[in-house]
Design a protein around this ligand. Structure first.
Ligand code: SAM
Length: 233
C-alpha cells in the first residue's frame, strides 16, 4: 500500500517527477514490488493526475498500461472521496475532491477478507424494507440482460452489508508536519480487506509512516481482543 510522489507536485518538498518521465521512474520500483509480493497479495497504489495546461495529465493511465505490460493485473479501482474538501472556484472546472486507489495483483485469485470491512446497512432499510412488493420478494433480473439482479427481501434482518468501491473519508490527517500524508483510515481499510494477522504490509514511500501506524494499530487491536478473550475465559 503506497502513495508515491505524484507527478509535478510538491517540487519544493521532495522534487517533482515530470509526467513524461513518470512511467520510466516508477517501473523499476514496481518491478521490486512484484518481486516481493506474495502470489496471493495485493498492491494498492494511491495516485492522482492533475491538470496541466488546461488538460488532465494522462500519466496515470499510461502507468496502468505499463504496469500491465510488466505483468500486473489491474484488478480494481477504488475512489477516495474526500468528504471535507474545501470548495473552490475555477473558470472551467470544479474542485477536485477524489483520488484513485488502483488495485494490482499477480493472480486473478487473491486473498480478500470482505467481512472485515462491512458497514452498517443504514437507516434507508427501515423504510424501504417495511412493506415489500411482490417483486421485492424474488430475484428481479435487470431488464438490460446485464446479468445483474437483486432480491430486496435478502436484506431483511441484516445489520451489516458490504461496502462499495467508493471510500468516503475526511482528508484530516494526524501528522500536520508532513505535506502529503493520507488519513490513517485509508491504509487501515485496505489492510483489513487484504491481510490477516502475521501478513506483511509494505509501504515503500512511507513518508510520515501512516501505513505503518495503521498496521500496528490493527495488530494492537487484535492482540487486545485476543488477550481479552483469554482473560475472560
Ligand atoms: C505522498 S507522500 C506519502 C505520505 C505517506 N502516505 C504518509 O501518510 O505520510 C510520498 C513520500 O515519498 C517520499 N519519497 C519521495 N521520493 C522517494 C523515493 N525515491 N524513495 C522513497 N521515498 C520517497 C517523500 O518524502 C514522501 O514522504
Amino acid at each position: 500500500m503506497t502513495s508515491p510522489p505524484y507527478s509535478d507536485q510538491r517540487k519544493n518538498t521532495y522534487g517533482g517527477i515530470k509526467a513524461e518521465h513518470y512511467v520510466e521512474w516508477f517501473l523499476p520500483i514496481s518491478a521490486e514490488l512484484k518481486r516481493v509480493l506474495k502470489p496471493s497479495g495485493t498492491f494498492i497504489l494511491n495516485i492522482k493526475e492533475k491538470v496541466i495546461n488546461g488538460e488532465r495529465s494522462t500519466y496515470v493511465l499510461e502507468l496502468i498500461l505499463a504496469l500491465r505490460k510488466q505483468g500486473w493485473l489491474w484488478t480494481e479501482e477504488f475512489i477516495w472521496n474526500k468528504k471535507n474538501c474545501f470548495p473552490g472556484k475555477w473558470p472551467n472546472r470544479f474542485r477536485d475532491s477524489w483520488e484513485r486507489l488502483l488495485q494490482f495483483n499477480l493472480n486473478r485469485s487473491f486473498a480478500m477478507y470482505q467481512d472485515a470491512v462491512m458497514v452498517p446497512i443504514g437507516s434507508w432499510a427501515n423504510t424501504r424494507l417495511k412493506n415489500l412488493s411482490e417483486t421485492d420478494q424474488r430475484r428481479d433480473n435487470a431488464k438490460n440482460n446485464s446479468g445483474f439482479g437483486k432480491n430486496v427481501s435478502n436484506w431483511l434482518g441484516k445489520e451489516y452489508v458490504y461496502p462499495t468501491n467508493v471510500l468516503t473519508l475526511a482528508t484530516e490527517c494526524y501528522n500536520k508536519s508532513h505535506s502529503a500524508v493520507y488519513p490513517k483510515e485509508l491504509p487501515e481499510w485496505f489492510i483489513k480487506l487484504f491481510t490477516q494477522e502475521h501478513d506483511v504490509v509494505l509501504d515503500p514511500f512511507v513518508g510520515s509512516g501512516t501505513t505503518m501506524f495503521a498496521a500496528e494499530a490493527l495488530i494492537d487491536h487484535q492482540l487486545a481482543s485476543i488477550s481479552y478473550r483469554i482473560i475472560s475465559r
